[in-house]
Each structure stands twice: as structure tokens, then as C-alpha cells.
Design a protein around this ligand. Structure first.
Ligand code: NAI
Ligand code: MG
Length: 362
């Protein structure tokens, strides 16, 4: 049998810097754990624009459709601010998400004990926090028609439409229930069924899918209350499933409970491919950080944790994912810190590759 395949798209800014550390870890797995991957690398974002005049070449798109998982660094740079919208670096990322039909966006908010001081909340509220927000990524108000700015009488009106079909709700609900089954069997669905018909349908469909997962404890919450609960008592949650817009806001809110942007991974999953693996792209939540590019300051942990998610969700290597996460936890507990995590006494500042060294050693 051939090795599982990975397409690496480092992108722009600190993307290549953090991805270099991931590549070292992938090599480590091949050498030390006999877990080998067929890795290829290509361009996305500004890097692709410089080479091809487009933020994602058709050949790269075709490769992405033919691998088991895509790992992406980050895209974008002020250098491309004046480009036409259609060729902006971000469009490369959007095209990948759209053509791979990655409808289920997994955003973990996990607080490493050693970093609990970085949270905007009290330490005891976040220590040990480990929640997963599942955001619907391909439909809802960001895509619904009609949309636009129209003339109406003597003024203009801006319109966006929240729109969900039953099948769109069902597939993301199913992916959230599947996750809940391998975590602590607790799922909270968030919408605003009190004021939105799309929310009424959302609640109905999620409740229907629940029949296939009777072991999961399902609750429903209005999204505004959900936001409140996330900052009041975040540890009450395990898996949360919600729509595109609420998910955008709630996942950013949950993310900040854990401290630094440099620590946050994500996975975007689609339908199963012929080999049973989901179509998948893994990427850190942060952007290309032009303010620190080229200074060896970038924290590679978000990107490394994204690879850990790939091990777990694409390659069925949950134990190896845990091995990697445990190494990261140990390194942080020793006080090893990139520049974004400084500020405490008794910590050891390291560069991007220094953090990679420490994680490999652990
Ligand atoms: P950003 O996430 O790149 O940076 C925000 C702040 O966090 C900066 O001060 C940066 O230095 C810091 N930071 C981010 N990642 C870090 C890491 N791994 N280690 C240490 N510090 C880190 O967001 P910003 O500045 O709004 O956008 C910069 C560029 O990135 C823009 O072109 C934007 O469009 C693009 N972007 C791309 C994303 C992606 O590729 N998924 C997501 C967000 C923004
Ligand atoms: Mg957002």
C-alpha cells in the first residue's frame, strides 16, 4: 500500500517559517515511528501570484483534490493590498475551501496549563479547557442569495440572506455528532431559533440527526446566550456546532480564552473520498504576520497542532496526535517560549526553529 499523501502549501509571510518546523516533525514520524507520508509542496497566495499571476494555479488545485490532506501555512501580505479582489492572496484559500467543499470547520479551544495566565479570563476558569467548535463553512449568510447593495426609493439597502438547506445542516450536524462520539459525548447546538426561521430548521434537523447518536447528550442554546456562557463558564462545553456566521464569532471568542493566536490550529473537513478519508485541509488560525516575518519570532505551535489534527482526523493516528500534543505541553511546562508568549518570569525565549528543536527533543 502506498503512503498517505500530504500537499504542503506554506504560502506567505511566516507561513513558510512555521511550516518548516512541521516538515521536520513529519520527517521525525517517518524516521522514528515508521509513519511515512508522501509529501509534495506547492505555492498558494502571494507566492503563487508572483509565480503564476493567480493566487492558486489550476494544477495546485488539482493536486489538492488528489491528496489525503492539505496543510496550509498562511496567505497575504501588504505587498498585495492594491491587487484586484479576484487575484488577492486570500482568494487562493477561498478557492481551496470551496472546491474541496470543506463544510465542517473544526476550531479547538484548548488551554495548556502552562499558558493559562495568557487567557483574558481567570486562570481557574480556563485551566484544562478543551472545547471544539464546529462551524459550518460553506453556506449561510456569507453565501445566501439575494445579496448586494440595491437602490430602494431614495436610499440604498444592503442585503444578505441567511439560507440553509436541510442537507447542509444535516452533514455538518453529523460531523459534530461523530466528533462528540470520540470525545466526551456532549454536543451543544447554537442558533437563534427564537428569531430566525433558519434557526428553527437548524434545531429540527440537529434533533433529527441526534436519533442516530443516542449516546450523545445534546443540548440547544441561543447563540447570544452561548457567547455569554463561553466567557462565563467555558468548561461546561465539549463540542459546539453552529452556523457559519455565529461560528465565525463564537470561535474567535473561544480562541481568545486560550491566550495566543500562535497556539490555535484548525481543520476543515468535507465529504469522505473514495478511500474513506474526509477531504481535509489543516491550517493555523493566524495569518501571515508581516510584522514579524523574517525575524525567527513566529510561534510554530499553531501549525504543528494543525498537523496533529491531521494525524487524528485524516490518518486515524489519534495516539500519535496525542504524542505530539503531549510533547508540546511538556515543552511549554518547561518554560520554553517564542516571543509571543513571553512576559512571565523564568521562561526561556527561543526562536521558531528553537521551538521546533524543543518539541522534537520532547
Ligand atoms: P495575523 O494573524 O497575521 O497577525 C496578527 C498579530 O498576531 C500580529 O501581531 C502577528 O505578529 C501575531 N501573530 C500571528 N501569528 C503568530 C505566530 N504564529 N507567532 C507569533 N505571533 C503571531 O493577522 P493580521 O495581521 O490581521 O493579517 C496579516 C496578513 O495575514 C493579512 O494579509 C491578512 O489578510 C492575512 N491573514 C491570513 C489568514 C490565513 O491565511 N488564514 C488569516 C488571517 C489573516
Ligand atoms: Mg473570524
Amino acid at each position: 500500500m502506498s503512503n498517505p499523501s500530504i500537499l504542503i502549501l506554506p504560502g506567505d509571510g511566516i507561513g513558510p517559517e512555521v511550516m518548516t518546523q512541521v516538515t521536520r516533525i513529519i520527517d521525525w514520524y517517518g524516521n522514528k515511528r515508521d509513519l511515512k507520508f508522501d509529501v509534495s509542496t506547492d505555492l498558494v497566495g502571494g507566492a503563487a501570484y508572483d509565480a503564476h499571476g493567480v493566487p492558486l494555479h489550476d494544477d495546485t488545485m488539482a493536486k489538492a483534490m488528489n491528496v489525503d490532506a492539505v496543510l496550509l501555512g498562511a496567505v497575504g501580505s501588504p505587498k498585495y493590498d492594491d491587487l484586484d479582489f479576484s487575484v488577492k492572496p486570500e482568494r487562493g484559500l477561498l478557492r481551496l475551501r470551496k472546491e474541496m467543499d470543506l463544510f465542517s470547520n473544526l476550531r479547538p479551544a484548548q488551554c495548556f496549563d502552562a499558558l493559562a495566565d495568557f487567557s483574558s479570563l481567570k486562570k481557574e476558569l480556563v485551566a484544562g479547557l478543551d472545547i471544539m467548535i464546529v462551524r459550518e463553512l460553506t453556506s449561510g449568510v456569507y453565501f445566501g442569495e439575494p445579496r448586494g447593495i440595491f437602490n430602494e426609493g431614495n436610499e440604498r439597502v444592503g442585503i444578505n440572506t441567511q439560507r440553509y438547506t436541510e442537507s447542509e445542516i444535516e452533514r455538518v450536524a453529523r460531523s459534530a455528532f461523530e466528533l462528540a462520539m470520540v470525545r466526551s459525548k456532549k454536543l451543544c447546538s447554537m442558533e437563534k431559533a427564537n428569531v430566525m426561521e433558519s434557526g428553527i430548521l437548524w434545531r429540527e434537523v440537529v434533533t433529527r440527526v441526534h436519533a442516530d447518536y443516542p449516546e450523545v447528550e445534546l443540548s440547544h442554546m441561543y447563540a447570544d446566550n452561548g457567547a455569554m456562557q463561553l466567557v462565563r463558564a467555558p468548561k461546561q462545553f465539549d463540542v459546539i456546532v453552529t452556523d457559519n456566521l455565529f461560528g465565525d464569532i463564537l470561535s474567535d471568542c473561544a480562541a481568545m480564552l486560550t491566550g495566543s493566536l500562535g497556539m490555535l490550529p484548525s481543520a476543515s473537513l468535507g465529504a469522505p473520498m473514495d478511500n474513506g478519508r474526509p477531504r481535509a485541509m489543516y491550517e493555523p488560525v493566524h495569518g501571515s504576520a508581516p510584522d514579524i516575518t523574517g525575524q525567527a519570532k513566529a510561534n510554530p505551535i499553531a501549525c504543528i497542532l494543525s498537523f496533529a489534527m491531521a494525524l487524528r482526523y485524516s490518518f486515524n493516528e489519534g495516539a500519535e496526535a496525542t504524542r505530539l500534543e503531549t510533547a508540546i505541553e511538556a515543552v511549554l511546562a518547561e518554560g520554553v517560549r517564542t516571543a509571543d508568549l513571553l512576559g512571565e518570569e523564568g521562561v526561556t525565549p527561543v526562536t521558531t526553529s528553537g521551538m521546533g528543536d524543543a518539541i522534537l527533543a520532547a
